[in-house]
Design a protein around this ligand. Sequence first.
Ligand SMILES: CC(C)(COP(=O)(O)OP(=O)(O)OC[C@H]1O[C@@H](n2cnc3c(N)ncnc32)[C@H](O)[C@@H]1OP(=O)(O)O)[C@@H](O)C(=O)NCCC(=O)NCCS
Length: 292
Amino acid sequence: MTRRRFPDSKTLASICRFLARCRAATHEACYFQLGDLIWRMAYAPNKFDLDHDLRVWTDKRGAVVGVAHYLARERNPELFLMPAWYAESDQALGDEMASWVRDRALRDGVKEVETSCVKGFAEKEAFLERHGFHCFGDPYVFMERSIKRIPDLPTLPVDYEFSPGDPDTPLPGITRSTDFDSFSSVATAPFYRPDLAIRVAYQAREIAAGCICWLDEAGSVAEFEPVGSVEAHRRKGLASAVIVRALHRLRELGVSKAVVRTDDSNLPAVALYERLGFKTTARELGWSLTIE
Ligand SMILES: CC(C)(COP(=O)(O)OP(=O)(O)OC[C@H]1O[C@@H](n2cnc3c(N)ncnc32)[C@H](O)[C@@H]1OP(=O)(O)O)[C@@H](O)C(=O)NCCC(=O)NCCS
């Protein structure tokens, strides 16, 4: 079966504009960045299916006013409405979105789903409560740094060199996943930029570390997704090197801010980002819904 992974580029661009407007009205962490969206759709093990896993609501002029996304592998719906629209005054759209989530989960016979919400995002918290979700914790941190003053370009250890991020060379298993080939699917995703996919090769034959940065068309904030080093090559400064190199490229492109999300319990990642000047500016909590 062939699954369509991406909406057409016009729809994708309007989703990005919608998310950017919502972020501007709240906080960078409150809505997906381009990288979150693309990763969910492009990363092959997610088996994203455009016909069933994405629903976009538009107004009469065709502007996006709501987006719901379902990550079947993790039973994880994400529901995005303009902040004011989460409020009770406009229940119709919110109700429709919540029903879509239930129907989507039932389609897979799923009895419980988990979504996320930035701690203190009152409109969305109230919306989730109204629709039967309960907060259970499991925090993620959202970190950001300005790109004005960045560390100097790093020197790599002997035997390591930067390697081009071209789509024909698959990315290795640089996150916790062991599925090496799946990374090539990300390299063919819309908005993938080889100049922002920085990798380090070991002895010119093996990729040891890498990161991908995603920039939406507004182009002022870039998101790192993913970042990783292959286990045998860790604690050699490689993840730091790819991030710093990407920051230099972002500065050349006039980007003002870089952001990253990670699991609060991922201490190596949090330590790495803090050391590189990222600060935690928001926390996301998990919310679960039992489907009856
Ligand atoms: C987190 C990760 C990317 C670090 O990669 P790395 O190449 O080992 O990182 P670096 O060598 O550049 O480390 C730089 C600094 O980060 C911190 N750090 C890295 N790993 C650490 C660990 N296991 N424990 C504590 N601090 C750590 C340290 O301050 C380190 O500096 P030091 O080695 O001089 O003490 C790597 O462990 C990894 O790939 N983990 C799995 C994937 C992942 O979690 N990615 C991030 C998800 S957003």
